[in-house]
Design a protein around this ligand. Sequence first.
Ligand SMILES: Nc1nc2c(ncn2[C@@H]2O[C@H](COP(=O)(O)OP(=O)(O)OP(=O)(O)O)[C@@H](O)[C@H]2O)c(=O)[nH]1
Ligand SMILES: [Mg+2]
Length: 200
Amino acid sequence: MKIKLCLIGDRAVGKTCLVERYMMDHFSGEYRQTMGAKVYKKVVKLQLELREKMIEIDMTLWDIMGDLPLSDLTDEAYFRGVQGLLAVCDVTRRSTAESLDHWIAATPESVRNLPMCIIVNKDDLVDQVEVHEDDVFRLGDVFSSSVVMTSAKTGNNVQQAFEFLAKSIVERQLGPDTDFLAEERFGIRERPAGISAKAF
Ligand SMILES: Nc1nc2c(ncn2[C@@H]2O[C@H](COP(=O)(O)OP(=O)(O)OP(=O)(O)O)[C@@H](O)[C@H]2O)c(=O)[nH]1
Ligand SMILES: [Mg+2]
């Protein structure tokens, strides 16, 4: 299955570092502004807990420069075929959380309703926190989105954030588990441990 995810968020919040941590398990402390957009690809195997199966994902990540004029976001190419959004802010700069509103509002309408994950990055910088826990919960409520605190520097929660979003897209695409329903109906399915067998 193919999945395309796009990252949005202000300059220097750590979008490129998050992608590089996830894709290459690498971190650079040096800031190199992304020019335009850059595309990364990786094949990942995801364990779908609800369905007890592994699935292979051909993942494409689109990383964009943070000080792109927001009007350019309506550009079709960046969002063509996108299935999920990673909206990134920096825990040390409150303004980057506030501007997620503008970023999301600037995306095409079809994109705004896609599964989204808000990433509050740089949580290793504990003595510089400007985005507090209640702000983080509020962000999640406002955008009906999950919120994850990450650090591209230490790697904390980075894989979890990307894969949580990928899994929710896959689950949504697969729809109800029809195999499971059919097997359950005919009583041929071996019950996983911890789930009691029904009488058929
Ligand atoms: N301490 C700390 N620094 C980070 C973290 N993530 C990124 N940085 C630093 O923040 C700066 C910006 O990171 P980038 O990944 O280039 O930011 P970006 O969002 O891609 O920026 P643009 O390409 O301009 O949009 C770099 O100096 C990184 O080293 C993190 O989790 N912790
Ligand atoms: Mg970048």
